[in-house]
Write a protein that binds this ligand. Structure first.
Ligand code: SME
Length: 274
């Protein structure tokens, strides 16, 4: 059993040093994210002064969903970009809010809350969720809290195995086809997919051409969006031909495993059978 005593830390730096040592002890030999986050929220709630809510929101299917926490029941889903949590998740930047009433779109879960800190949790550039702490007094959080809590998240990141929140290919296909034009014939759909693919690939390579030859800045986010559009038209073509994207991708991998059993090889590329 863990006895959590009040942490005496003289100043915030000392406090977080002690807190983070406690956390390391709590997580000893355990990698389960649910257990780890549950204990972590309890630790924060019991040791931090002047707070009324401490817990996590997890990133799932493009939004934040309530995770382990301590405090009053809270809103379950938060859209990306909405409230303090959604802003931290979208921008991936720590939000220190001195006065929640002055934060545009702040979502009030507990009317007692006056100030708030929210830190994004990412692993290998993937958003896992956010850590949210509320206080009943104004201006409770500052840069020292941000620094200490970042280290706290660092320990969680090091020790826990996060839930797999990636989208499957079949899930993407279903979601993408929600916006297909249902009134087009199969031939029309095939033609639309062909033109769309050529158009989106064109937009993508035009941007790359300008980046390489015209001195423009290569914008990774722009290329990312174009790749998404290309994926959408691949989904449309698969839909028209009654193919599952999952199957198409799987077959491609099997073909490449056969062609290059030990990774890419020039000789095998020149002399390939198919
Ligand atoms: N205030 C948060 C919502 C979560 S509760 O504080 C627990 C926000 O504006 O995102």
């Amino acid at each position: 059993m863990f006895e959590i005593e009040k942490i005496s830390g003289e100043d915030k730096t000392e406090f977080y040093k002690e807190l983070n040592t406690y956390l390391e002890g709590l997580l000893e030999g355990e990698t389960d994210w649910l257990a780890g986050m549950s204990n972590a929220s309890s630790l924060l709630y019991l040791t931090m002064d002047n707070i009324n809510w401490a817990g996590f929101y997890l990133y799932r299917d493009g939004e934040l969903v309530l995770g382990p926490f301590q405090g009053k029941p809270a809103c379950v889903r938060i859209q990306m970009g909405k409230g303090v949590c959604g802003t931290a998740a979208k921008t991936r930047e720590i939000q220190i809010v001195e006065d929640v009433h002055k934060f545009p779109g702040h979502i009030a879960c507990d009317t007692a809350s006056q100030s708030e800190i929210v830190l994004p949790i990412t692993a290998e550039d993937k958003l896992i969720g956010v850590l949210d702490i509320d206080s009943p007094i104004k201006g409770r959080f500052d840069e020292d809290d941000a620094k200490g809590l970042q280290d706290f998240i660092g320990i969680l990141n090091e020790r826990l195995i996060w839930p797999d929140n990636s989208m499957s290919i079949s899930e993407y296909q279903v979601k993408a086809m929600r916006t297909k034009n249902r009134f087009t014939s199969v031939e029309g759909q095939i033609l639309n997919a062909s033109l769309g693919l050529a158009g989106e690939v064109g937009e993508c390579v035009d941007h790359i051409k300008k980046g390489i030859f015209h001195g423009h800045k290569l914008n990774k986010d722009y290329v990312k969006k174009e790749l998404g559009d290309i994926a959408w038209y691949i989904a449309l073509m698969c839909d028209a031909l009654d193919l599952s994207m999952d199957d198409v991708y799987r077959e491609n991998i099997l073909k490449l495993e056969k062609r290059y059993p030990n990774g890419f090889d020039k000789g095998q590329s020149i002399n390939r059978a198919e």
